[in-house]
Design a protein around this ligand. Structure first.
Ligand code: SF4
Length: 291
């Protein structure tokens, strides 16, 4: 989080659906029509980063090729501080700074860095829709695989499948999805621009079947059917992590607007966790609860 940037390219204010780029026919841009229909303006700014490989409290390093995240989860903890940190006036989800020199800077940093696990990413989704155009995550992975730095990837996007060929070249890699509910409507409400749950599950299954170690982060626990969720994850994820909704006070109003009151109570999280755990024990799945 200690990056400082200088603006490289004047800010481009674009409607996401109008992105005119080589990859605009890419299937991962299918969502852009929906984004345009909602009238969402995405402010994209290409910037030069001074650093992209930063130390982390979770893994040895974190790597964020973008500042900002189009996925725009209502519960995102990064929305609480990233606007202030990056100096943006736009709402979280409406801006993305693209660190266009990320692969080159990473190469320089890797030449000096002690080998350690790199978390991709801590405050953005590395496979948010713009990645289909910029391919920064992919190009950073190419640098990391040359040095065989272990990698831990976490995403809510099926675009991750594009890089399966690269994952195969790593000696140590884990690829995980955040899947907070089995209910598509709930997921759409809380994670508006993430891939649909069924697509995340299908991508997870493909990655797992290819021999890559996979994990699923069920956090924050959102309303849904816990038994069905675990049934959907069985034999696709090597490890499951479970967490409640943290920073609940900052999102309680959003819950209440949609009539979700019980789902903000401690008892809800406790009971939901118990049902998940019971189902996982039944199926002999590996898991860790974080609350
Ligand atoms: S995908 Fe992650 S970083 Fe992006 S908005 Fe959602 S929680 Fe935040």
């Amino acid at each position: 989080m200690s990056n400082t940037y200088k603006i490289y390219h004047i800010s481009a204010k674009v409607k996401t659906g109008n992105l005119n780029c080589a990859s605009s026919n890419n299937r991962y841009f299918k969502n852009s029509k929906k984004i345009r229909a909602l009238g969402t303006m995405l402010h994209v700014k290409e910037i030069q980063a001074k650093s992209v490989l930063n130390t982390s409290k979770v893994f040895d390093y974190c790597l964020n090729p973008y500042t900002g995240c189009q996925i725009n989860c209502r519960y995102c903890y990064a929305r609480l501080f990233m606007k202030r940190y990056s100096g943006h006036k736009e709402a979280w989800g409406d801006f993305v700074d693209v660190k266009i020199n990320a692969p080159e800077i990473l190469q320089k940093q890797l030449n000096k860095a002690k080998r350690g696990t790199v978390w991709i990413s801590s405050v953005c989704d590395p496979y948010q829709p713009l990645e289909a155009t910029y391919e920064l995550t992919r190009r950073c992975l190419k640098k990391l695989v040359e040095k065989q730095f272990p990698v831990n990837i976490q995403t809510k996007s099926e675009l991750v499948l594009r890089d399966l060929d690269l994952f195969q070249e790593f000696n140590e890699i884990e690829v995980g999805f955040t899947i907070t509910t089995d209910d598509e409507k709930v997921a759409k409400l809380f994670e508006p621009k993430a891939s649909p749950v069924k697509d995340r599950l299908s991508a997870l299954a493909k990655i797992h079947a290819s021999g890559i170690k996979t994990f699923v982060f069920i956090g924050p626990l959102l309303p849904g059917n816990p038994e069905k969720l675990i049934e959907n994850l069985a034999e696709k994820a090597d490890m499951i992590f479970i967490d409640k909704m943290n920073y609940l006070n900052s999102i309680k109003g959003f819950y209440h607007r949609f009539g979700l009151h019980w789902e903000t109570k401690d008892k809800f999280f406790k009971e939901y966790k118990e049902r998940l755990v019971s189902e996982m024990l039944k199926r002999k799945m590996k898991f860790q609860t974080l609350f």
